[in-house]
Design a protein around this ligand. Sequence first.
Ligand SMILES: O=C(O)[C@H]1NCC[C@@H]1O
Length: 253
Amino acid sequence: MLVEYRQLFKNKCQYNTAAESYTGTLLLVLFLIIKVLNRQSTAFVACEGGRSRGPVRFHSVPAFVLATDLTVEVPGHGKVVVDIAYGGTFYAFVSAEKLGLDICSAKTRDLVDAASAVTEAVKAQFKINYPESEDFAFLYGTILTDGKDSYSEEPTTNICVFADEQVDRSPTGSGVTARIALQYHKGLLELNQTRVFKSSTTGSVFTGNAVRETKCGDFKAVVVEVSGQPHYTGTASFIVEDDDPLRDGFLLK
Ligand SMILES: O=C(O)[C@H]1NCC[C@@H]1O
């Protein structure tokens, strides 16, 4: 699988590299996911001497809001009002406080349980739609926030609980993208106004802003730029042998 990213410094060039892995950011992982899903997105990595330098950033797929103020019945929590937005995948958003939790001091287990309960409730009670493709029409998880959605120079904290109750170590590339789309939709953020997003789990930070308006089907959408600091951990090469019977992949039916 190839990762493509652009070098923005002096000699603009495009890399095709088997894999260069970075800790401290899941931006390239998100980029891979987007590529696999065949959506348009661009990642930018500044390089110097064959190594990345400075922050890594990407411009997202069109990000949009599917629902605001959606009331769901969450076992153990009663009626909970959530927003649902897409930033490469769909998330439900709700302030942790509405679930009786302090995002900064609550036990991760409690945050995970509450977020998972919201995810299950939304899945059961609301149909997710994505324009022209059923493949993307699913809820990936719930992001609990500190509720600080109005513009501020201060970081806003969140925890992303996705897939099978996994917890992101970062503020979440697709989650920050979706959350910025939500903030923009609500008039809480202007184009090119940068916000800082902090993971409640590790304290790692992404910055993000809405770059421009666009559409996704009939939805008003925005392209979002998300940026984070990577750390270089190594290089790996993948090859495909001519006689590999699975060289072109396989499809399970
Ligand atoms: O940052 C991201 O978008 C990915 N990390 C966890 C959830 C997504 O897969």
